[in-house]
Design a binder for this molecule. Structure first.
Ligand code: SF4
Length: 397
């Protein structure tokens, strides 16, 4: 069942010590929604020290200065539609040779006209959150009624406008049972990518229940199954790459007994089979997950210009108001440490997959206060074998 003939994990062309593959810019914290799991602890008004238009332009110039292949840029928030200069910034980044995307909130500001203007300014893809399969769960999760009903037409508009639609789903113990229903929506909405985010207990998300490690394992194996029919990626779940490599090594063996998976996997698998029986989806070669992690191919700029290894790891490596982005990304001690797998603690530190996975550094920090500690929500017990790279080949000692 595993797709052979293509690498299981996509190694980015960039030298990740020198330049990121993906830059997320939280252009504002202003947002009209108050979602329970919000990383940004968003506010109704922009912060007075939010990066100005000129500073935003300088940031985009900084990103372009990393050189080709240029990092991809996602303008996020808060809600980026709260910035009046959004279209200008999208066009500015596009002119600078950057691939620009958008992660807006679904509010009355998310009109078809605004998306059309974003597309005209060069936006390529838009990610929209869907955390429940019904209005009751999705709106309950976000804390505001009516968002679910507004979300589906927005998604349809985006696809009609030629923008690539990415659906983002945050998984918690509270919405695990909704995943098959959300998958149906993702298929119906013709999303090009389903991004499954594993909760990091930080911000408002702290109050929500995270999945225990054995259920995370079940979920990650199920996502491998789904990836044979739909493009899937995980956020803050780099152990998906370990699971992809394990599944590839196991060939066509039934994963449930081979990996000792639990009832959650069996149930999710049955739901996927039911969906496939209803509406046959083509079988595809899975999209290989990208080999990037916090501060290693990935960087997050917050609304006041602080540069973080990830949006869920609130330890800045420096400020854009004092140093350039390339300088901070390449030289900040935390960023350098995060790129050195030999510094990882606990099971991650002795894991055969530490180079290709490395665990969620954000979750390690959120749970232990140490960004280099072991990933707390990984069920894997390192077997003491050879350390391997993204191709599954041994890493030279
Ligand atoms: S122990 Fe750490 S490095 Fe190994 S698979 Fe789990 S999260 Fe990844």
């Amino acid at each position: 069942m595993m797709g052979h003939g293509r690498t299981a994990i996509r190694k980015v062309r960039q030298d990740v010590d020198q330049r990121p593959f993906l830059v997320i810019w939280e252009a504002t914290r202003a947002c009209q929604l108050v979602c329970q799991h919000c990383r940004a602890d968003s506010q109704s008004e922009p912060h007075p020290r939010q990066l100005t238009t000129a500073e935003g332009e300088r940031l985009l110039d900084d990103i372009a200065s990393f050189g080709a292949p240029s990092p991809m840029v996602v303008i996020s928030g808060g809600d980026p539609f709260e910035r009046e200069d959004l279209e200008h910034l999208l066009a500015y980044g596009t002119r600078a040779g950057l691939s620009m995307s958008l992660a807006p909130s679904v509010t009355p500001a998310a009109t078809r006209e605004r998306f059309a203007a974003a597309a005209a300014a060069g936006a390529k893809a838009v990610s929209i959150s869907l955390d429940g399969a019904t209005a009751a769960t999705h709106d309950g999760f976000r804390g505001i009624d009516g968002v679910f009903d507004a979300t589906l037409p927005v998604c349809r508009d985006l696809v009609e406008l030629g923008l690539r639609l990415q659906i983002n789903t945050t998984v918690t113990a509270g919405n695990l049972a909704e995943l098959p229903g959300i998958l149906r929506q993702v298929v119906d909405l013709r999303a090009f990518l389903w991004s499954v985010f594993l909760l990091v207990p930080t911000g408002r998300g702290e109050a929500l229940q995270a999945l225990p490690p054995d259920e995370v394992e079940d979920l990650l194996h199920w996502l491998v199954d789904v990836s044979h029919h739909l493009a899937v990626k995980t956020t803050e779940a780099p152990h998906f790459r370990r699971v992809v490599l394990q599944r590839r090594a196991a060939g066509d063996a039934d994963p449930a007994p081979t990996f000792g998976l639990g009832a959650t996997y069996r149930w999710l698998r049955g739901e996927l089979d039911a969906l496939l029986a209803e509406r046959p989806l083509p079988t595809r070669v899975p999209r290989p997950p990208l080999d990037i992690n916090a501060g290693r191919g990935f960087v997050f700029i917050d609304h006041i210009g602080l540069v973080h290894p990830s949006g869920f790891l609130p330890v800045p490596g420096g400020s854009l108001r004092e140093r350039s982005l390339p300088e901070i990304y390449r030289e900040a001690p935390l960023f350098r440490q995060l790129r050195d797998a030999s510094l990882l603690g606990g099971r991650c530190g002795r894991c055969e997959y530490r180079h290709v996975c490395g665990g969620s550094r954000s979750r390690a920090y959120a749970v232990t206060g140490d960004p280099l500690a072991e990933e707390p929500y990984c069920a894997y017990e390192p077997a003491g074998g050879r350390v391997i790279d993204a191709t599954g080949a041994p890493v030279p000692a």
